[in-house]
Design a protein around this ligand. Structure first.
Ligand code: IMP
Length: 427
């Protein structure tokens, strides 16, 4: 089983960390291919909880090589903070490999992320404020700073000077902020270079060789399908490709080497930040989902917006990503409801949509068409097989599977590694 892609099917926070961690024991490389420290993976192992923002969750699996590939944007301060945090808890991080082509988040991009959001006012995106968007914008504008630039001070300085020429005008004249000095940026970036150097490699080549040698590579997507800059709810999206296509461009692994696309999907839906969300619940049910599911952002601590399962989104995720397997998570959160609504289609101005509407305007105005399923009251957290589940929970899973366009391979009934029911083998 050479290359597997693992992505989020909804708006993020589906529980990818747990899924990756589960697979991590069976794979040789876990690769982060997009995003940066806007992500948040919570992995629970025994009594220990690990919150990772930038490092691939494979870092917790002994024997697995974690890779930060070219498609990622790296905040070097955060990288070493996370490394030090894990080392302090006895986790060996020495296997980490970082792409020479990945872009680094410079201090001015963190500043720009925050001031731009403030400037947008009611039109804000609700970003994580980590400088992700401005760094990807620099990449596309060809004024970005890459990891390899840190190895040549002259080149680094010239690039920072080039980038700051325009940015300082914007910071001072548009946003009324202080100009950033070239020296401060160069000094900051160079302060990491000695620790960074031994980790840096041509990760595309490393992974290609690994695949040639029969190794298994897991490509782990940050954020999720509906936050993808091309296929998500633009402009309320992140700035990278979080869908399976991004796994190829973000790692250098070609599409014909990918064998499986695993999508992680929650038994309900959540979203952080602004933007349309048809099944959002602004009532007691929403509060209850948030409380039961501990739905607060790993990165920013913001309360997540909560709503029912949306099968239109699931089908869309299947189509856009080529999903071969779904991993359903957090089913236990739904315990105790009498009836569980599932969105099977949308209605926009009297017209039914079984697929995602073509325009953002229609999606903004979409109201869910619900089907109602009987709930269960039994505590399902101790279930270890599908047959252990109450009949209504089994029926709910099979109904979602039928509507979502791809088979369900596993079901999560709690945060622990063991609280997972395998329906069919993933690897
Ligand atoms: P950015 O990625 O910081 O630019 O934020 C853009 C949008 O993506 C905002 O709505 C964020 O809340 C959302 N976002 C970014 N990363 C994550 C994540 O890991 N989980 C959920 N939402 C995210």
């Amino acid at each position: 089983m050479p290359a597997l892609v693992l992505i989020g099917a909804q708006w993020g926070d589906e529980g990818k960390g747990k899924a990756t961690d589960q697979l991590g024991g069976q794979v040789d490389f876990v690769v982060k291919f997009n995003g940066g420290n806007n992500a948040g993976h919570t992995v629970v192992i025994g009594d220990e909880t690990y919150a990772l923002h930038l490092l691939p969750s494979g870092i917790l699996s002994p024997g697995c090589t974690p890779v930060i590939a070219n498609g990622v944007v790296i905040d070097l301060g955060v990288l070493f903070q996370e490394i030090d945090g894990l080392e302090g808890r006895g986790i060996d991080t020495s296997r980490l490999v970082v792409s020479a082509d990945a872009h680094v988040i410079a201090s001015y991009n963190r500043v720009l992320d925050k001031v731009t959001e403030r400037f947008l006012g009611s039109r804000k995106i609700g970003t994580t404020g980590r400088g992700i968007g401005p760094t990807y914008a620099d990449k596309m504008n060809r004024v970005g700073i890459r990891v390899q630039d840190l190895f040549d001070e002259k080149i680094l300085r010239a690039k920072v000077e080039g980038a700051l020429e325009l940015k300082n005008q914007v910071l001072v004249k548009v946003y009324n902020r202080k100009a950033v000095t070239v020296d401060s940026v160069v000094e900051d970036l160079l302060s990491y270079v000695d620790r960074l150097r031994p980790m840096v490699a041509d990760t595309g080549l490393l992974l290609a060789k690994g695949l040639d040698d029969g190794k298994t590579v897991l490509l782990e997507g940050g954020q999720a399908t509906l936050l993808d800059v091309d296929h998500g709810t633009y402009p309320f999206v992140t700035s990278s490709n979080a869908t399976s296509g991004g796994a190829c461009t973000g790692s250098g692994i070609p599409p014909n080497r990918i064998d499986k696309v695993i999508a992680v999907i929650k038994a309900y839906t959540t979203r952080v930040g602004e933007g349309p969300f048809p099944t959002e619940l602004l009532d007691e049910d929403g509060e209850r989902l948030r409380a039961n599911g501990h739905e607060y952002g790993t990165t920013t601590g913001r309360p997540r917006r909560c709503g029912w399962y949306d099968a239109v989104i699931a089908r869309y995720a299947t189509r856009v990503n080529g999903v071969t397997d779904f991993v359903l998570t957090k089913l236990d959160v739904l315990t105790g409801w009498d009836k569980i609504p599932v969105c099977v289609a949308y209605e926009v101005e009297g017209k039914r949509f079984d697929e995602m509407p073509m325009t953002q305007t229609d999606f903004h105005h979409a109201t869910p068409v619900y089907e109602y399923f009987d709930g269960w009251t039994e505590d399902i957290r101790a279930a270890r097989s599908f047959e252990d589940l109450p009949k209504n929970a089994q029926f709910y899973i099979r109904a979602l599977e039928e509507m979502s366009g791809a088979p369900f391979s596993s079901v999560g009934v709690g945060p622990d590694r063991e609280q997972t029911l395998e329906l069919r083998p993933l690897v």
